[in-house]
Design a protein around this ligand. Sequence first.
Ligand code: AMP
Ligand code: MG
Length: 267
Amino acid sequence: MDKYRVKPGAKVRLSKWDPDDQSEFKGDKEQGRAKVAKINDDLEALQDLLYGEHKHKVLVVLQAMDTAGKDGVIRSVFDGVNPQGVRVAAFKAPSSVELDHDYLWRVHQQAPGKGEMVIFNRSHYEDVLVVRVHNLAPKEVWSRRYEHINAFEKLLADEGTTILKFFLHIDKDEQAARLQARLDDPEKHWKFAVGDLAERKLWDQYTDAYNDAIEQTSTPWAPWYIVPANRKWYRDLVISTVLVKTLKDLKMKFPENKDDLSKVVIE
Ligand code: AMP
Ligand code: MG
């Protein structure tokens, strides 16, 4: 899945990344789903180790245009993991107290502790995305943030956090189809936000903002992956494969018991 990782310093043009790509898997949707379920068993075991070892911290950042599937990834990729060691932090428009502080203030509080895996559903990247597109801060303010973000993520990494950042890449036609599906199905009306239509009109501005954000902040310590996401099963397959590979590379071990258990007799 290395082909989806953005090399530090590489120029990013999302228009050059194919949201329909499925070249890393030889199989159809059904086989892809089965593979995701298998990888999910590995993820469960690895997350158990992460929690038991109580050493590493894992941060997964999800960013995407509306309907690209952040919620779907959380549901399917993390299906069955132990809720005791996994947490989702969703970042909405900041409250007035949050706005009174620097933009990383609320984010740092949600960073994972030892043994924990935290999924950011949106993140500090909104502060160079929606903030830029909607002019919520002047350019001289948001343009300095890439540097802060790299330094912040370096701090987390130096202190034991493994960071993975995924941009779920769909195209505008796929978004139209998904919005239409929400409109057509009364069970999905709750997911339909009329405000998303205004955001859709800003597709090109968001694309520019994502190009810059990904280009400026894909670092060795916190790489971005651009995940082809027009197909939900393939999106899930890419993310779970990268996650499991990264966790395996941590070479985690359950801690030894301090006591000599060979002498223990349970009466
Ligand atoms: P949703 O993910 O659909 O629940 O929407 C959350 C909303 O919060 C989105 O419209 C985001 O753009 C918005 N949001 C998240 N972070 C920020 C931020 N830092 N500044 C302004 N809006 C934000
Ligand atoms: Mg939404």
